[in-house]
Design a protein around this ligand. Structure first.
Ligand code: KG4
Length: 343
């Protein structure tokens, strides 16, 4: 099954052609530089830029081989969660293409696509088989959630954030330090040069016996307070602050993950995705937990699959619907955006 996938859930305009989890093409046009001066994503600007680019991005993903949607079996599109007006641009394009070519239109949950993004493979790559049951982590700009995965399509939420997502917290703390947007990667760079023990910040839910949620509002407030106490911070102070914040934010994920690994004794593997998992320190810590508990570990095979992309949308469509009669996906009008779609 060959899928044309589209994602416009936030500030990346993206399209991909995926066949049986193999990436035939993957095009991501990031708007992040345009949003940087606002310190975050401006929804109206995101919509306008998606509208300007979507046609070219889809054409590039289709290339000569799939031009006019030849040899494409279905169109898959992210319907949520995400920015409402941004989602609408991708959905409108996907609907138009599916209708005009009489193809099935498959609605996809963006978080679920991140969750299984590690199962994508290059064109000549071997199939990646996830061993079940698995623990799945999605840590991104909008989501911090941990799932118990019985099999593809059968997923139970174990923990989610009750306030900010980890990526959002990293972005906000980087902005406070004057480091720009998106904050996660730049904070990681500065953190490498800093001392994570220099400043102490409260580790969220440290004393909770049951670690079945995430929370980032407390350290965010503590960080603002801490920053205000430092007169004219030097470059080294900024590095130390970045290192302290990142360390605390990641320790929280690590603690919840450790707790849930011990609690869900039957799991045999861990799979992780989302922009924040691109962070080398976080991956090191997840790797350590997997090794200690003898669990198989899955991360996306390329950096491009961590942050938002349409390839993961196509991969999920291949995995979930490979044995299903796609005729049921011809009710185009039922496909609509759902900015708060849960998993
Ligand atoms: O997955 P993504 O593109 O967006 C959502 O689906 O929400 O993730 C974007 C988030 C941003 O908050 C960004 O700061 C963070 O991922 N991020 C990182 C790194 N690269 C991106 N956070 C920590 N370390 C990184 N290297």
């Amino acid at each position: 099954m060959t899928i044309l996938a589209i994602d416009t859930s936030c500030d990346e305009t993206s399209a991909a052609v995926v066949a049986d989890t193999k990436l035939h093409s993957s095009v991501v046009w990031s708007q992040s530089k345009l949003h940087a001066s606002f310190g975050g994503v401006m929804p109206s600007l995101a919509k306008r830029k998606h509208e300007e680019r979507i046609g070219a991005v889809v054409a590039k993903a289709l290339g000569k081989r799939y031009r006019n949607l030849e040899n494409i079996d279905a169109v898959a599109v992210t319907v949520g969660p995400g920015l409402s007006i941004a989602l609408g641009v991708g959905i409108d394009m996907a609907k138009k293409l599916a209708k005009n070519n009489n193809l099935p239109l498959i609605p996809i949950n963006h978080i679920e696509a991140h969750l299984f993004s590690a199962l994508a493979r290059p064109i000549a790559g071997k199939k990646v088989i996830l061993e079940y049951p698995a623990l799945g982590l999605v840590a991104s700009g909008g989501t911090t959630s941990l799932f118990y995965i019985e099999k593809t399509g059968k997923v139970k939420l174990l923990a989610k954030t009750t306030d900010d997502a980890v990526g959002e917290a990293l972005d906000k703390s980087a902005r406070l330090l004057g480091l720009g947007y998106p904050g996660g990667p730049v904070l990681e760079k500065f953190a490498k040069l800093g001392d994570p023990g220099k400043y102490s910040l409260p580790i969220p839910l440290k004393d909770d016996v049951e670690k079945n949620r995430f929370s980032y509002s407390g350290i965010k407030t503590a960080f603002v307070r801490l920053y205000k106490q430092i007169d004219s911070p030097t470059k080294q102070d900024v590095c130390d602050l970045a290192a302290s914040f990142q360390n605390t934010a990641l320790t929280h994920i690590e603690n919840v993950l450790k707790y849930q690994v011990i609690r869900n004794k039957d799991i045999v593997s861990v799979i992780a995705g989302g922009g924040v998992v691109k962070n080398a320190e976080l991956r090191k810590r997840i790797r350590r937990i997997a090794k200690k508990h003898n669990l198989r570990l899955y991360f996306p095979y390329t950096n491009k699959l961590y942050t938002d992309n349409a390839a993961m949308v196509g991969v999920l469509a291949c995995l979930k619907y490979k044995n299903i009669n796609l005729k049921r996906f011809k009710d185009y009008e039922s496909v609509d955006r759902n900015p708060r779609l849960a998993l």
